[in-house]
Design a protein around this ligand. Structure first.
Ligand code: AMP
Length: 389
């Protein structure tokens, strides 16, 4: 183990372990390696995006106890890249005496929408009205007319809009609940629809010493519930931006978080900011920080995990990020050469061999004079790309 005289600081040369080998793990690994750290990854799929760049690859199920022990042995500190990881796996890693961030306590709250919204309420963070639904009858009775339309969601396990349905009355709510229970869901949550004007997020980081750093709020556009475009900074008032960062600060403190996390937020017509959900890890809406900031959300995660000072979060230039999502028409992205001829573009591809419909394959970021001009250019440039054979 490489430590400084302060035993809590992991110096470059130490090995950082990561559970999960997707693109978030890959970008974390690249940031770690740029600072001179080594990376170990546990991931069941061969040739994973993170496995391609890690020093040590343990190919096993996330719940494989022997593999988790090997990851802990190989690593000086451990993190993970997705919040649907089994909390017992994280508890096992914690019991082996290595620093693990996010902690299992933070994980438990953020992987359950009921606990998450209750946590928000208890910490004075505005959220929409919600009710817990544990049976079909509860679904029919839970809310009366003024509570609809709403979103019925599985409390656990959903992402990118999976495991949720928009419902307009008690009967629709009961029917959606029946389908979700039949599919294996346990608890459900009914949230009142928020008449938001736009969706924004704040990517923030907390150090082991409680230090806090937040990037400016990002503005997010979703298509079919998958993040499509992020504009940095969000086009919101200074007051809304400050309220958003304040929510991020409260969330980090309330969870005693260490590391990078993201709060997804709704902006209401009067500028008020409400929390939608928390991701206890680097987030897709923070990818523009790789190219628009000196210290990216991934480097920030490395710094926090190692007990290093957090890095600067100001924007060098406004930016827009667009996701490159497979559409089922082929695995080769045509037009990359023309894209790379552009002066203000940074392309990131995740090394995935197959591009089925809906799979996040990469992203690119355009820097501009303003978020609006960067967004317009990014959309133009993406229109020139095509998946094919
Ligand atoms: P989630 O997985 O909870 O982030 O939901 C995915 C997307 O569905 C959000 O980004 C919103 O666009 C929309 N959505 C979810 N919950 C609500 C809500 N209570 N009111 C309005 N829109 C919602």
């Amino acid at each position: 183990m490489t430590t400084s005289r302060n035993a809590h600081v992991l110096l470059p040369g130490a090995t950082l372990g990561i559970l999960g080998g997707g693109q978030l793990g890959r970008m974390f690994a690249v940031a770690a390696k740029r600072l001179g750290y080594r990376v170990a990854v546990l991931e069941p799929t061969p040739d994973s995006p993170c496995g391609q760049v890690a020093d040590i690859v343990i190919e096993a199920a996330y719940t494989d106890e022997a593999a988790l022990r090997r990851l802990a042995e190989a690593s000086d500190a451990v993190t993970y890249e997705f919040e649907n990881v089994d909390a017992r796996a994280v508890e096992l890693l914690e019991s082996l005496g290595k620093p693990v961030h996010p902690s299992s306590a933070a994980l438990r709250i953020t992987q359950d929408r009921i606990l998450e919204k209750t946590f928000a309420r208890e910490n004075g963070i505005p959220v929409t009205d919600f009710a817990v639904v544990r049976s079909e009858d509860e679904a029919r009775a839970v809310y009366h007319g003024d509570a609809f339309p709403g979103f019925l969601k599985t409390a656990r396990g959903g992402y990118d809009g999976k495991g949720q349905a928009r419902v307009n009355n008690g009967d629709e709510c009961a029917a959606a609940a029946r389908a979700m229970f039949a599919a294996g869901a346990q608890d459900l949550i009914l949230e009142k629809l928020v008449p938001f004007e736009k969706e924004i997020s704040v990517v923030a980081c907390r150090g082991r010493d409680g230090s806090f750093a937040a990037y400016p709020p990002a503005e997010n556009v979703h298509v079919r519930n998958i993040l499509d475009v992020t504009v940095l900074p969000a086009r919101v008032s200074d007051q809304s931006a400050a309220a958003a960062v304040e929510i991020a600060r409260k969330v980090g403190e309330g969870l005693s978080a260490v590391g990078t996390y993201c709060v997804e937020l709704f902006v209401l017509p009067d500028g008020a900011i409400w929390l939608n959900e928390i991701a206890p890890r680097p987030h897709n809406s923070g990818h523009a920080t790789l190219d628009a900031c000196l210290c990216s959300q991934f480097e920030q995660q490395v710094r926090a995990l190692c007990g290093m000072p957090l890095g600067p979060t100001s924007l060098l230039r406004p930016a827009a990020m667009v996701n490159l999502v497979g559409d089922g028409n082929g695995d080769i992205l045509h037009g990359v050469d023309a894209l790379l001829a552009e002066p203000d573009v940074a392309l990131h591809l995740y090394g995935k061999a197959k591009a089925p419909k809906g799979r996040k394959m990469g992203h690119f970021t355009v820097l501009g004079g303003s978020g609006t001009s960067a967004e317009a250019r990014a959309r133009e440039l993406r229109a020139q790309l095509r998946w094919g054979t």
